[in-house]
Design a protein around this ligand. Structure first.
Ligand code: TMP
Ligand code: ASP
Length: 237
């Protein structure tokens, strides 16, 4: 596998072409942003943790029947993935009220739902990733009705798998964001990453935040929190 030119640099990752048109290399950075890039910083070691954690979780999800873009971990920060066109939807699944849900609906953080919720944002930095519903997504031709059905089904399946797994690690999965992509034959697969950047993870006993909220909210101990969840994950995988 030969690494070719850089195709894209995002806020947390770089993407490179390879000599195979169906495969890309993703490289994870330590750069952290929040609030649509307004807040910038570095979380030392984050790239390595997010790369490895995402790969371990995606392999586990594949075994449970969720198709993903994961192919092979190449190094601490680099992973070979299937090339997809990203469906421009951020899919957020929640088990417990927190973050923008708590703010929008005036619900205290930590209130558990009877059943999980799902919501979509339009993945568009210029517009600030606005919240939208399925009808809006269809009107904007962001996905087909069948794709939206598949995305919802897979997202709830991911939630069940991850919730159970994190519970074994003594971690409560509060909420998370997923992105999906289309392979060249149109198959929908889970893409992007699953990491403390994209999930809210709380210590099951103490409720301590072990995710990017420590950076977003200036709580300190960001690096330690990432290392702690990674340690718990590798002890249980
Ligand atoms: P929210 O409560 O701010 O809407 O975030 C819900 C979940 O989505 C939380 O686990 C963090 C994650 N998330 C991202 O991964 N990227 C984003 O740009 C945002 C806003 C949230
Ligand atoms: N990564 C996103 C951004 O910069 C937001 C977030 O994760 O809070 O803006």
């Amino acid at each position: 596998m030969e690494k070719r030119e850089q195709l894209y640099e995002g806020k947390a990752k770089k993407v490179f072409a390879t000599d195979n048109p169906e495969l890309l290399i993703v490289s994870y950075k330590d750069d952290a942003t929040a609030f649509n890039g307004l807040k910038k910083g570095t979380i030392v070691g984050k790239g390595v943790i997010n790369n490895k954690m995402s790969n371990l979780l995606m392999q586990r999800l594949e075994k449970a029947g969720v198709p993903t873009h994961y192919v092979k971990e190449l190094s601490d920060r680099e992973t070979l993935v299937k090339k997809v066109t990203i469906v421009p939807l951020e899919v957020i699944v929640r088990n417990i009220a927190a973050g923008s849900f708590s703010k929008r609906y005036g619900v205290e953080e930590g209130v558990a739902f009877d059943s999980p919720t799902i919501e979509f944002s339009y993945k568009n930095d210029e517009l600030g990733d606005p919240l939208l519903d399925e009808y809006h997504a269809l009107a904007l031709h962001l996905a087909t009705p069948k794709e939206i059905e598949t995305i919802k089904k897979l997202s709830f399946a991911v939630n069940e798998q991850l919730k159970a797994f994190w519970r074994e690690c003594g971690v409560t999965l509060v909420d998370f964001k997923l992105e999906f992509g289309r392979l060249s034959d149109g198959t929908i697969v889970l893409a992007d990453e699953i990491s403390p950047d994209t999930c809210r993870l709380w210590d099951s006993k103490t409720g301590e935040k072990l995710d990017k909220d420590r950076f977003r909210r200036d709580l300190g101990g960001v690096e330690d929190a990432y290392a702690e969840v990674m340690k718990r994950l590798t002890a249980h995988i």
